[in-house]
Design a protein around this ligand. Sequence first.
Ligand SMILES: [Mg+2]
Length: 402
Amino acid sequence: MSRVIAHIDMNCFYASVEEKYDTKLKDKPIAIAGSIKDRHGIIVTSNYIARSYGIKTTMRVGEAKKLCPTLKLMKPNFERYQEESKKVFDLIKTYTPHVEVVSIDEAYIDLTDINEPIKTMALIQRRIYKELKLPSSVGISYNKFFSKMASNLKKPKGFTIINKKNYKDILWNMDISKMHGCGKASSAKLKKYGIKTIGDIAQANEIILNSLLGVQGLRLKQKANGEDNRKLKYTMERKSIGNSKTYPTDLEEIDDILVEIRKLSKKVSTRAQNRDYLGNNISIIIKYNDFKTVTKAKKVLKYVNSEQEIYMYASELLLDVYDIEKKIRLLGVSLNDVEKIENIFEQLDIFSANNSEEVLKLNKTMKAINDKYGKDTIVELKKKSNKKNIITTSFSKDFLDE
Ligand SMILES: [Mg+2]
């Protein structure tokens, strides 16, 4: 059976995030640039209106201003982009964990195990647009290369499917330089030998390809024919929720230090609870005024997120490593290896069917969660987690034009 792989690419991601934060920017030409004051600063990205003036990524600010005098230049807000990016991937991951995040605005998603993968992907794309206000282009195919090529075909808000019947029509007339994985130098070399399109390389003589580009040449030929078995690389994220503070005057009294640890623990706890996260690893960081830094972590037996528990472990760690002779400049507390409450339950549930040790662990965790959140929490969670697999919105073809 063929795989179903989607590739999603956010459209003008940084510019879209800025437009989301300030909707007045929507119908103005805007660009995000490295150093705005310096005419030689470089355009990082721009919205489509700016692009219609000929503004391009890596163009100098001075040149861009000449092309479009009304261009609004903005400094990048990387933290904001990171945050929005996370929201996008978190939304996708509520459908499947099989996500390979390639960059801040790009990911592959293996939809093979999902019922109605096309509908589901269309729904994901529409939800990202409606709920997160971020446009994207999606490509779907039976391998990574074709799905990547497909997402690139229509921007903004494209949704393109490449299958075993249409790939030649869609890709083979394209210039070889448009082929993902075939850089400038390789394209130039190939063109010299009459290999000008993706179709040309698909049918090229392997001995010639090998002599021109080595193994890479042969791989490109295979890809052009839809032979690409590369698997997705899932990164198991080890997420943390942390908080740290640099003090205007160094801390030296243990009582003061513990008060600060308590405050940091409270902040971490509030953030974890607001987002429904629990974690089973606590760490602290201490920076002394001689810039020496100490960190220490502790794995705890159950998942926690209360101020009380975080403080208990954090203060224990502090007392363990704190050098009484020194003054402290910075303190930090984090809750690590955090997971959504519902995921903790789901993971254990999968294992519980055929592994008695895991059943014990599951029961323990269920008890821990129920002790903490009241005895019906698990029941609630189960209801909640089933719900998300049901697609309630019907697919309409014209959503891309919204
Ligand atoms: Mg992009």
